[in-house]
Design a protein around this ligand. Structure first.
Ligand SMILES: Cc1cc2nc3c(=O)[nH]c(=O)nc-3n(C[C@H](O)[C@H](O)[C@H](O)COP(=O)(O)O)c2cc1C
Length: 189
């Protein structure tokens, strides 16, 4: 069982990173192999809509997204984690998701498994927002669209509004515990 955590916050060691690290630590405690990538560390250009992928199922842009495709193909579980930036996921995470158009093409145009094989994959979304009334629906809609395209079953979300200062999530009663439980559940089911 391999779990891939994909973090989307440019604020390293911030709330998203803390939640994701806790979820993956607890997944590892259940025997899963875990790996984290932060898309902000990577060179991922935005999709150019060249449509090359509609013919090949591969993206012709040669950058760090090629590494992300490989990691996704090898994963059984995915934890996608991002803060809200202007209602949605961060630009860096969105660029990564848009580049999954090549995987969309494999599934819907080329009738191939988007991630190369037919294993049962599942994933969750972890989100934080600074506003007390933070609305996670736009972010969740984007993540669900991604998971549907990649044949990753959407197994739910863990979202925390009202978390703004760096590291504030550590003072939230129960947040890290919830992340731990979510990581465990993801690999047990
Ligand atoms: C550019 C920018 C846009 C933001 N937009 C929102 C927003 O729309 N809704 C919200 O609730 N918080 C918003 N926030 C606050 C962050 O989501 C919040 O500070 C979060 O805790 C950051 O998580 P991190 O520590 O993992 O980076 C925004 C922050 C920045 C820098």
């Amino acid at each position: 069982m391999k779990v891939l955590g994909i973090a989307g916050s440019p604020r390293r060691g911030g709330n998203t990173d803390l939640l994701l690290a806790e979820a993956l630590k607890c997944a590892a405690g259940k025997g899963a192999g875990v790996k984290t990538i932060n898309v902000c560390d990577l060179d991922i250009a935005p999709c150019r809509h060249c449509d090359d992928c509609l013919e090949t199922g591969d993206c012709s842009l040669d950058d760090d997204m090629q590494l992300v495709y490989r990691e996704m193909e090898g994963a059984d579980r995915v934890v996608l984690a991002s803060p809200l930036f202007f209602m949605g996921i961060t630009a860096q995470m969105k660029a990564m998701i848009d580049r999954c158009q090549a995987l969309w093409a494999r599934k819907y145009r080329l009738k191939r498994p988007p991630l190369g094989d037919l294993r049962r994959r599942k994933g969750i979304f972890i989100g934080v927002g600074g506003l007390r009334m933070a609305d996670f629906k736009p972010a969740i809609t984007t993540v669900k669209a991604l998971f549907t395209s990649l044949d990753i079953g959407y197994a739910g979300e863990l979202v925390f509004p009202g978390i703004d200062e760096k590291g504030a999530i550590a003072g939230h009663p129960g947040a890290l515990k919830s992340a731990c439980l979510a990581g465990q559940k993801l690999v047990e089911d």
